[in-house]
Design a protein around this ligand. Sequence first.
Ligand SMILES: Nc1ncnc2c1ncn2[C@@H]1O[C@H](COP(=O)(O)OP(=O)(O)O)[C@@H](O)[C@H]1O
Ligand SMILES: [Mg+2]
Length: 228
Amino acid sequence: MIVLENVTKTYYPDSTGLEGVSLKIESGEFVSIVGQSGAGKTTLAKILMAEEQPSEGRVEIGGWDITRIRPREIPELRRQIGVIFQDYKLLPKKTVYENVSFALEVAGAKSKHIHDVVPQVLRIVGLEEKANRFPRQLSGGEQQRVVIARSLVHRPKVLLADEPTGNLDTLNTQDIMDLLVKINAFGTTVVLVTHNREVVNALRRRVITLKDGKVASDHAHGKYTLTV
Ligand SMILES: Nc1ncnc2c1ncn2[C@@H]1O[C@H](COP(=O)(O)OP(=O)(O)O)[C@@H](O)[C@H]1O
Ligand SMILES: [Mg+2]
């Protein structure tokens, strides 16, 4: 479902983000991407959400060749990929409910659909009781759960999380990980970028280690190791 063939990303003028990366991620997998700072993890995440184009190579997601995608097709691709980043980017003047519903409104969803979907995704993340709170009235872990709820409104096939627990303590980290595992169990492919050793080792899922923009290792039941 996700295929990268010989993907290289060179940033102007001469910085290498990725170099000759080939990998395949099947539907329904839970994959952790690890590697030291500067290894190319975020570059890979940005290529997968079509925020960056590779300099060379081919990238296919859910049948789309994103190196040939037309600009007007990008919104449709993005709806198939839920994205969670470390800095939550919730709208501070909107409530939890409004932060989530806004993602549907901007996509032109009908209000009946919005009224159906928002409570559903808030229930999945366990925040239906706090729907009327503002972000500042929530803990860091709760805010991240709102971000996850928002990423689910289009029922994405892939959930892409770049350091989603980077700002959280151990307990909140565990909550978020439990939630990602639950979402994966519904059938959503999860691609998790993380530097959290405990998180990766507890998962016992596939681990891809990047080093200097290349795939240094790729194990089906991997452990977090940075030296290969
Ligand atoms: N916008 C950019 N312009 C120039 N170089 C970049 C840019 N983004 C990332 N890089 C470089 O690409 C390499 C990989 O970065 P990144 O993908 O952010 O790594 P990671 O997320 O693993 O820390 C680094 O050497 C970084 O300096
Ligand atoms: Mg990064």
